[in-house]
Design a protein around this ligand. Structure first.
Ligand code: AHM
Ligand code: MG
Length: 335
């Protein structure tokens, strides 16, 4: 029987043979994976670990934090601050950037994360996850500032997520396709379980929060109306709908069997570009989806090209099977 390939071995071989991964980046990915293992343990314990429920604090987005949001954030910071691979971090749960303390060596990378995505699903025992994105810090010895993080998604050097569901699965890209690793709890390591992940170009499955329908813009309403008409309508086929309300779980389904995921702008809060955050939710997911042959836009342009002006910037998201994303994007752009 072929030997199982652990994440460590996979990364070492990528570094040695393919030259895709620099040593500091390899360390960074391993450290993030180690932190995800710890978060997975905390998530698994649930009520037994006293980690469920609210923390009675708000993040900068004005959202109430859960205990596990804060625990996951702390785990990621503690794991990453001392290894010498990072210059600074940014998180959905922190107002501004976190500089690696002076007592540790500074590395060349910047790490962004949503420590626990899908927070509303924690207490009801539904899949949640950690999303991360890695950028390079600008050259030079000056101190890192928030502006240094404001790079478009095309500049990412690694991106991924870890989904805590029936299995704990780490999904990764360094710009050479998408690979998946499943946590083997007996061995305590992530094992390679899927290479060359591909999203089919066509699909009959969409994911959107339908309760917001009355607030959508006309192109989104048109797209969903046509899906709902099924065989009898212009699309000539029936569609199925799924909405987990954890982006990580919805994107994981799309990487596994195709589909289209949408979180559009809507009229509830017209001044907000969307609900999801560009830098640590949309950008890493968009890159993974593109690397698996899918597409990701904000309705008019590639998410990876969206100019960044703020760390916690929001963006509308349409991602998944290419032909469906192209269609809903064309409804936004055609005259
Ligand atoms: P979170 O980062 O606070 O968990 O919020 C992001 C989540 C996404 O995972 C998911 O796609 C969306 O918000 C769910 O929104 P809704 O509550 O409208 O279903
Ligand atoms: Mg989130």
């Amino acid at each position: 029987m072929a030997a199982k390939i652990s994440l460590t071995r996979y990364l070492v071989e990528q570094q040695r043979e393919e030259g895709h991964i620099q040593p500091q980046l390899r360390l960074l990915i391993e450290v993030v994976a180690r932190a995800c293992k710890r978060i997975s343990q905390a998530v698994n314990k649930g009520a037994l670990g006293g980690v469920l429920g609210g923390a009675e604090t708000e993040n900068i987005q004005g959202e109430m934090q859960k205990k596990l949001d804060i625990i996951a954030n702390e785990v990621l910071i503690e794991a990453n601050e001392w290894g010498g691979h990072l210059a600074a971090m940014a998180s959905e749960e922190m107002d501004s950037i976190y500089l690696v303390p002076n007592r540790y060596p500074q590395g060349e990378y910047l790490l962004l994360f949503d420590p626990l995505d899908g927070s509303s699903n924690i207490d009801v025992n539904v899949s949640i996850g950690t999303i991360f994105s890695v950028l390079k810090k600008p050259d030079g010895d000056r101190g890192i500032e928030e502006n240094d993080f404001l790079q478009t998604g095309v500049n990412q050097v690694a991106a991924g997520y870890c989904v805590y569901g029936p299995q704990t699965t780490l999904v990764l890209t360094v710009g050479d396709g998408v690979v998946m690793f499943t946590l083997d709890r007996e061995q305590g390591s992530f094992v390679l379980t899927e290479e060359h992940v591909k999203i089919p170009a066509d699909t009959k499955e969409f994911a959107i929060n339908m309760s917001n329908m009355r607030h959508w813009a006309p192109p989104v309403k048109r797209y969903i109306d046509e899906c709902l008409q099924g065989k009898e309508g212009v699309r000539g086929k029936d569609f199925n709908m799924r909405w987990v309300a954890s982006m990580v779980a919805d994107v994981h389904r799309i990487l596994t069997r195709g589909g289209v995921f949408m979180y559009p702008w809507d009229k509830r809060e017209p001044d907000k570009a969307g609900k999801l955050r560009l830098m640590y939710e949309a950008n890493p997911m968009a890159w993974l989806v593109e690397q698996a042959g899918g597409a990701a836009t904000d309705g008019t342009q590639r998410i990876l090209d969206v100019p960044v002006t703020k760390l916690h910037q929001r963006v509308p998201v349409f991602l998944g099977s290419k032909n469906e994303v192209d269609r809903v994007t064309s409804y936004h752009t055609e005259l």
